[in-house]
Design a protein around this ligand. Structure first.
Ligand code: PMP
Length: 443
């Protein structure tokens, strides 16, 4: 493949200016703006497999993967065919289509603790609805979330939320009422004592604990051994539900998400109550889902008193893309993703070590991210991650981009490999790494 030609960003720069004159910040989701790394955000015009091409004709190896959906690589023929076929039959009817129950069946087949599924359009809706079910089921007002976990942009979930809020250094969002904010308790991750204390302080008031199954919106930060088990035990002992957010990790960290990695070592019967999914499950189109035990999920209208709906929910193109993605994501794909992530982790470690850059490569299943700075002990929570050297990240990011590798433009995001990241693609990344490591060392 071609290598990036540094400086040739005229078209992207022109587009960015034009976008900024009609769209706030020129973007429809904040992290895309290169706000924390600076420089010209690239506009992309094409993607195929592991490669993406920007508006100036430069091709990059992509490690964003559309922030998760591109598990099979960009424009996978099976997914494109499925979407084209569905589109030719009509873009939606405002009535049910067979693909909806087929996708629900596919999710249930992979997630043994999910008995019923509802399809929505975004991860934000999935977590918002799961919380509404939890409040409906328990008649309690409060929610616990962990600092640095991102669950979308609904009002109650924006405190200490990781992702774009971490990227831009925001503690939360304006426009959220004090009353709403007060209904979310934010605790440090991986701290069961803090969780016990919160339940003791607010006895009978906490509807649910929502947690990313492995934190992936402050970089990757997996739960400590025993944390998930302790969390479920404590929540259930106090009559609260556990919502496991697999929007990012679902059908990616393993075939059954990060919960699929932890479940085999969990005591019988110790299970989260509700799960949320997004990204991979929609194959790149706007689709997300929530699922869980039948009696909880059947609290949703039209069977129960908890209301939720959506004009575009279960859209036939989106379910076609999700189905084609999941049906093609077989065991070989997950083995490949794991091997690609392992190989990439080794290359990054080697390059940074050779350049004398203190760092940690963080892992959760097939996901990885890089933390710059001295971490003699593995980070456990948001405060630990906030201590990283974002100046080094910025230098590394730009050198990788100049070397033809499209990394997330934030120190607080995961790196995504795909089924198309083969040895030659990893080799191309490896070629860009030494210069990027030296750039980080020079900071
Ligand atoms: N939960 C998690 C764990 C996520 O990573 C995200 C998105 N990055 C969301 C929820 C929100 O999903 P969406 O952007 O589709 O609303």
């Amino acid at each position: 493949g071609q290598t990036a030609r540094a400086g040739e960003t005229a078209r992207s720069a022109e587009y960015a200016a034009r976008a900024a004159s009609v769209i706030p910040g020129g973007v429809n989701s904040p992290v895309r703006a290169f706000g924390s790394v600076g420089g010209t955000p690239r506009f992309f015009v094409r993607g195929s497999g592991a490669a993406v091409t920007d508006a100036d004709g430069t091709e990059y190896v992509d490690l964003i993967g559309a922030w998760g959906p591109a598990l099979l690589g960009h424009a996978h023929p099976a997914v494109v065919d499925a979407v084209q076929e569905a589109a030719a039959k009509g873009l939606g009817f405002g009535a049910s289509v067979p693909g909806e129950f087929e996708l629900a069946e596919e999710i249930i087949a992979r997630m043994p603790d999910v008995e019923r599924v509802r399809l929505v359009s975004t991860g934000t809706e999935a977590t918002m609805t799961a919380i509404r079910i939890a409040r409906g089921a328990t008649s309690r007002p409060l929610i616990i979330k962990f600092a640095g976990h991102y669950h979308g942009h609904s009002d109650g979930l924006l405190a200490a939320a990781g992702s774009g809020l971490a990227t831009f250094g925001l503690p939360g969002s304006a426009g959220v009422t004090a009353e709403t904010a007060a209904q979310t308790l934010v605790l440090p991750y991986n701290d069961l004592a803090a969780l016990e204390h919160a339940f003791a302080t607010h006895e009978g008031q906490i509807a649910a604990v929502i947690t990313e199954s492995a934190a992936a919106n402050m970089g990757i930060l997996p739960p400590d051994p025993g944390f998930t088990e302790g969390l479920i035990r404590i929540a259930h002992a106090h009559g609260a539900l556990v919502i496991t957010d697999e929007v990012l990790t679902g059908f990616r960290a393993s075939a059954a998400g990060y919960w699929g990695i932890e479940r085999p070592s969990m005591p019988e019967g110790l299970r989260p109550d509700l799960f949320t999914f997004g990204k991979v499950v929609g194959g790149g189109l706007p689709l997300a889902a929530l699922g869980g035990r039948r009696e909880l999920m059947e609290m949703l209208a039209p069977l129960g008193p908890v209301y939720q709906g959506g004009t575009l929910s279960g859209n036939p193109l989106a379910v076609a893309a999700g189905l084609a993605t999941l049906r093609n994501a077989d065991a070989a794909v997950y083995d490949h993703l794991a091997a690609a992530a392992d190989a990439l982790a080794v290359e990054v470690e080697d390059a940074l070590t050779a350049a004398g850059v203190a760092h940690r490569v963080q892992r959760a299943g097939t996901l990885l991210s890089v933390l710059f700075g001295d971490y003699p002990v593995a980070p456990a929570n948001y405060d630990d991650v906030l201590r990283q050297n974002t100046d080094q990240h910025r230098a590394f990011f730009h050198a990788m981009l100049a070397g033809g590798v499209n990394l997330p433009p934030s120190a607080f995001e995961a790196w995504f490999v795909s089924a198309a990241h083969d040895d030659s693609v990893i080799g191309r990344i490896a070629e860009a790494l030494p210069a990027a490591a030296r750039a980080a060392a020079a900071v």
